[in-house]
Design a protein around this ligand. Structure first.
Ligand SMILES: Nc1ncnc2c1ncn2[C@@H]1O[C@H](COP(=O)(O)OP(=O)(O)O)[C@@H](O)[C@H]1O
Ligand SMILES: [Mg+2]
Length: 371
């Protein structure tokens, strides 16, 4: 798919911006802090209902506005679909699909986009939380209904942790029946999440190693889902995972009461990434880190392209060329150039590979002008 028109009202520093994009390459140019990322963040928001930079919507609504609207028209083959989202500082957010009011969660069905950003090196070098977020985005893209499971899980985890904290100071003989009730929902939701993460990982893993091969041939990538404190592997059913989790939670029950914290479950899991058998997080060079981070995104893009009937995902390259050497720039361009549409941002034109020619926009102080 590709986005033909984007309108932003009260979004970040865009008081009112309107962009007419083309199929193929679209480039946003402007010094730092002018509002380039804010534009592509809006497209990403329509695809994921979340920002890659902040959680919640307060920071997304322009200073001095009480609401932010993103309106986009997407071409899926010969069919156009328009979607809109309004985030409000107070009150309920609103959405439209083809002019009719819709649930917010309906919007991502019509928008698929994969964003590459400077923060992506954290997928390889950063805390496990970055890799969990990567998987969870993938899970929700595959099974939109899982968004509700994540919300329930977060709630149960919070409740369970605060209960464990209060039991920490209580006597050993204190009543734990409430904890047992939480345990049952915790284990069911946790197993659902782990099951879906492993399934999603199973879909994209091959695409990720294929992408790495294209970017940096000659090295072998291996990766596996690491369940912390319980056994999980790709072949397990949800019921088997639930059993493993239930058993693990019994085993750690006294440690959990001592620490006042939930010690097993998806909130602690990770993906272990290896390059030629060495753990990437601690051993990868700067170049290898980037090749792997790009491959994770490219793998998702390749998989979405194969799975979604609406065509290719929109490829967003936000300020990534500045991070890459000439060789990786060229390889990246050759892999993404046949996607239906690229949205590229850069502070300086010189960082952009020559092959990336298309429509250009200047971005300055939240104003966008087509060249
Ligand atoms: N909610 C907001 N309201 C107004 N301005 C904002 C808001 N959020 C961010 N900004 C401004 O947007 C600018 C950063 O935009 P960004 O798109 O990240 O820049 P870049 O062009 O470097 O990608 C900063 O000047 C920041 O102050
Ligand atoms: Mg930026």
């Amino acid at each position: 798919m590709w986005i033909s028109q984007l309108d932003l009202v009260g979004w970040r520093n865009h008081h009112r911006s309107s962009l007419l994009f083309q199929q193929g390459v679209n480039v946003l140019i402007g010094p730092n802090g002018q509002g380039k990322t804010n534009v592509v963040e809006a497209v990403r928001f329509l695809a994921h209902l979340s920002s890659h930079r902040v959680s919640g919507s307060a920071a997304l609504i322009g200073d001095g506005s009480d609401q932010a609207t993103i309106y986009g028209t997407f071409a899926h083959g010969t069919r156009d679909v328009s979607v809109g989202i309004t985030l409000k500082r107070n009150g309920t957010n609103e959405a439209t699909v083809s002019g009719n009011s819709a649930k917010l969660a309906e919007v991502p069905r019509w928008v698929s986009a994969v964003m590459f950003a400077p923060e992506d090196s954290s997928l390889v070098r950063g805390e496990p939380g970055f890799r969990r977020q990567f998987l969870d985005d993938l899970v929700v893209a595959t099974s939109p209904a899982m968004a509700g499971v994540y919300a329930d899980f977060d709630k149960v985890l919070r409740q369970r942790n605060s209960l464990l904290k209060s039991l920490r100071t209580a006597s050993r003989t204190a009543d734990t029946s409430t904890l047992e009730v939480w345990n049952a929902s915790f284990v069911a939701l946790a197993a659902d999440i782990v099951y879906h993460r492993m399934a999603s990982w199973g879909y994209v893993a091959r695409h990720i190693s294929d992408a790495y091969e294209k970017l940096a041939s000659g090295q072998l990538i291996t990766a596996s889902y690491q369940a912390k404190g319980f056994d999980a592997d790709l072949g397990m059913t949800r019921a088997e995972l639930e059993n493993q989790l239930a058993q693990a939670i019994l085993e750690v029950s006294s440690a959990e009461r001592d620490r006042g914290l939930t010690l097993v479950g998806p909130q602690r899991d990770d993906i272990d990434l290896f390059i030629d058998g060495r753990p990437a997080r601690t051993h990868a060079s700067q170049g290898e880190t980037w090749s792997l981070a790009l491959s994770l995104r490219l793998g998702v893009a390749a998989w979405l392209r194969q799975e979604r009937s609406s065509g290719d995902p929109i490829i967003i390259l936000d300020d990534v060329f500045a991070e890459l050497d000439a060789h990786r720039r060229a390889r990246l361009v050759s892999v993404v150039s046949d996607y239906e549409q690229l949205l590229v941002t850069s502070a300086v034109e010189e960082d952009l590979p020559a092959e990336l020619t298309g429509v250009s926009f200047d971005v300055s102080q939240g104003q966008v002008t087509r060249r």
